[in-house]
Design a protein around this ligand. Structure first.
Ligand code: PMV
Length: 320
């Protein structure tokens, strides 16, 4: 009744922003992402008839705030009549700071919980359970490049390409280590209700998904660059025009974006993307990884740099 799983966070190139159904956590738009390899969450779940309530520790510290979401996710995987569980999570990168830590956490949680009960579910089933807890987590069940769609209330994730088929690199520039000001669920609802750009955002998403999907299938870096930066800036425009506005960037974020654009003007294959936080993720071709990492670490105010390739999806690992 104990199992451990590991999952990597994913970074959306075509973003999920907005829900069509808050109670069922269904996205209003599809999304396309890449799953990383060197950043990960390792999650152990042990069902134990001797304990009378779930317990959660994150990086060695009891986490009462996160426990209700975790318990609810275990109920979804194992049923409400399940035994109580002791859950231990270890994350090797900053949590809740716009680095998609909830995607790796909930992907690892559903895989570990299912494995602890004999591992009867397939990847698609686990992805839709992870998506109930955190929309982006469904994508971390898959490696490389994948696309998520809400097909009439069912979350469907499809692999577009393996990471080994187009081994791009991601350089993450951490510009602020603390947790984000407004969580994504609340922020998405503020945008849906108040941003004058929200409807257009939802309407146009199909075009951006099609362009990115084709660019990935053709391994066309320039086309992916154009649509990914456009989609990222459009999502942030929706946020900026919300009431109250949500501005996740700081001046270092802007500085990093400029460095990426300057590198590109000099012929480097690189583009940026930014989620609900101030960190900049620079996606680049493998031969330009060092150049991009050196340029971003040279930006004053960048706290540290993390470099990752593309990895496989969430999977059980040996118990530690
Ligand atoms: O999965 P959530 O609820 O943390 O939302 C993710 C939102 C973005 O990271 C901004 C975009 C995305 O598609 O990952």
């Amino acid at each position: 009744m104990r199992a451990t799983a590991r999952a990597q966070p994913n970074i959306a190139l075509i973003k999920y922003w907005g829900k069509s159904d808050v109670a069922r956590n269904l996205p209003a738009v599809g999304s396309i992402s890449i799953t990383l390899d060197t950043l990960y969450t390792t999650m152990s779940v042990e069902f134990d008839s001797a304990i009378d309530e779930d317990r959660l520790t994150v990086n060695g510290v009891v986490d009462a705030a996160m426990l209700p979401r975790v318990s609810q996710c275990l109920d979804a995987v194992c049923g409400r009549g399940r035994q109580q569980a002791s859950i231990t999570s270890q994350c090797n990168f900053p949590i809740a700071a716009g680095l998609a830590s909830s995607s790796s956490a909930f992907a690892a949680l559903v895989v570990a919980a299912d494995a602890a009960q004999g591992g009867s579910r397939d990847r698609a089933g686990l992805a839709s359970l992870a998506g109930l807890a955190s929309g982006s987590a469904a994508r971390s069940l898959y490696g490389g490049f994948c696309e998520l769609e809400n097909e009439g209330g069912d979350i469907v994730v499809r692999s577009l390409r393996l990471g080994s088929e187009w081994p791009l690199k991601v350089v993450v520039a951490v510009t602020e280590a603390g947790p984000k000001a407004v969580g994504s669920t609340e922020a998405m609802e503020i945008s849906r209700k108040t941003s004058p750009f929200y409807e257009r955002w939802v309407e146009q998403q199909g075009d951006d998904l099609a362009a990115a999907r084709e660019a990935i299938l053709d391994r066309d870096f320039d086309r992916l660059t154009e649509v990914a930066e456009h989609n990222c800036l459009k999502m942030h425009s929706v946020m900026w025009a919300s009431r109250p506005p949500m501005i996740y960037w700081n001046h270092v974020t802007l500085e990093c974006m400029q460095v990426v654009r300057d590198l590109r003007a000099q012929g480097t294959q690189v583009f940026f993307t930014i989620d609900a936080g101030p960190q900049v993720k620079a996606v680049c071709s493998p031969e330009h990884e060092q150049l991009v990492a050196d340029a971003l670490s040279g930006v004053s105010g960048v706290k540290h740099i993390m470099v990752s390739g593309l990895g496989a999806g969430a999977a059980p690992v040996e118990d530690e």
